[in-house]
Write a protein that binds this ligand. Sequence first.
Ligand code: SFD
Ligand code: AMP
Length: 634
Amino acid sequence: MANFETVVVETDLLILGGGMAACGAAVEAAYWAKQNGLKVTLVDKAAMDRSGAVAMGLSAINQYVGLKDGANSVKDYVDYVRNDLMGVTREDLVANIARHVDSTVHLFEKWGLPIWKDEKGAYVHEGRWQLMINGESYKVIVAEAAKNALLQSGVGQIFERVFIVGPLMDGDRVAGAVGFSVRENKFYIFKAKATMATMGGAVHVFKPRSMGEGLGRAWYPPWNSGSSAYFTLKAGAEMTCQEVRFIPVRFKDAYGPVGAWFLLFKSRATNAMGGEYMVERRPELDNWGPYGRVKPIPANLRNYLGMLDLIEGKGPIFMRTEEAIQKIAEQYKDDPKAYKKKMKELESEAWEDFLDMTISQAILWAASNVEPETRSSEIAACEPYFIGSHSGASGAWVSGPADLQTAETKSEYFWGYDNMSTVKGLFCAGDASGASSHKFSSGSHAEGRITAKAAIKFIVENNTQPKVDQAEIDALKAAILKPMETFEAHKNATTDPEINPNYIKPRMFMFRLQKIMDEYAGGVSSQFMVNKAQLERALELLGLLKEDAANLAASNLHELMRCWENQHRMWQAEAHVRTMLFREETRWPGYYFRADTPKINDKDWLVFANCKCDPKTGNWEMIKRPIKHIFPQA
Ligand code: SFD
Ligand code: AMP
């Protein structure tokens, strides 16, 4: 495209994304880069102040271990995560984050984040690991610190509103990334000695429950579209846990969080008949091996018990907000003034929980006359998401820290630099790194710091600028901008630019992807059920979709971004389907259920299911990797 300027940026460390992991990376990288005379460049598709999952703010910090108070140990956290993921977790990665996460939380507080305190000045816990915050401006505060660190140290530069499409390679080493501005006709080539993929997880791979005007609404933010997975897959990196999607239960239709209700307010959830699935269905837990007996009950099993009620026609499921609020206030019933005050306080906490992180839920409550102190609200399982930082686990397979390996784990989990993928110089953190669940906002930031430090070490020890073939760059530029040419060439063939025999617009392409995934890969409409035949059909249809991706069309830069977002989603979808097909058991009922292999099978499948795609041939390889412990097991 002649009217696209090409901008070349040479740097040492390239940080892709501007979310929690990237902000952590920026702070740490600035420090180590200055000491070593290196340059750092951060690229975000949006504006860092409000980009990524924390855009609307959050009402809790979900990972705080409390090592200083001796409340918990690193091993306690590792046990919690392994149990919640039905035995499948990289203990070395989880422990590495757990031992550093508290210092990240203390930094947040220093930078101005209000964390709730009790009368004695101690943090108010939502649950064992979760702290309550006034977090409407959480992302603004964290981004400000990252920007200050990069810009004031003089080592860094930041590009906002530049969408990263894919990697640049020098043989088996990553050499940077390519992308384009979503505001100006500029094509970007970033050349770097090490690259960090921190572009979050993926939403809208599956058909959402919302439709029409509400379509953009999902629990996870619609602007995280699988760019991390695409980037690492295209670089040839090994991926892990691609089958471990996350399905949260949320307040229905506006996706408000449930954590504060279950943990802080101690609310019950009951079905249409008043039955409590967590009590009535307890015997079902015995079918899920040792994981049915752990505390807390794994998130997917909690989901599953509720889903069984729905399958039997006992829905809707209600969060009993009115009962929970009354129960807490009852303790004050002998003193009418104190009772009134407590009721007001609880009411405002209930609203603030949503106003701090899912404002649309508060709007829905207001619009539908819900007073949580007098009336229950429906909750429902969301559509599936890919998020390695919450209770899902999908992401790249990365090296663990040297000092936490045992003689047993070292050969499997360690290859030199913390959080480096199997591709030389390509590092991953946050949602982009797999098998290290439950890091959330704080752990993602901590993992970003760990990873940036390791990436700088890699640069110091491999201090050469990788070579990039100009022909490869030219080919990438042509392919990336092609949807705009396609549109220009064919736009007059029909009167409605949305419908054209020569091209497909990204919105329609997304609907097609979502329909395939919803119907054949266990979405909402198929009650999260899959079997071999369905998954094979999904792969066949995804193959046809991939062919048609060559005919995507964009009428402007915004649509060009949409084209590539949906290509990214499609690759995430394929990795997911292939891995569900590979794992011949059901391990995470409540996330997905393989009806043809309906039982958990620890003997054959207590392993990581990994995959990779050869960038040259496009052939996929499925790999089993062993689960090994770094702490002695009881
Ligand atoms: O409870 C490109 N999360 C919660 N964590 C908590 O600690 N407490 C909570 O209360 C949390 N809750 C919650 C959470 C998330 C959401 C969506 C809701 C509620 C409604 C989880 C955390 O938010 C999550 O773990 C971290 O944010 C993960 O960090 P990271 O860095 O992996 O992802 P990111 O922050 O979304 O940032 C992604 C960045 O990448 C950019 N990007 N840039 C360039 N090119 C591309 N192609 C790109 N694609 C994406 C994005 O713009 C962004 O900057 S609770 O309800 O669960
Ligand atoms: P959520 O709002 O569902 O994202 O939950 C916030 C935090 O609370 C996460 O750490 C969840 O794992 C945890 N959580 C939510 N519900 C429960 C529950 N019923 N039991 C135990 N932990 C929960």
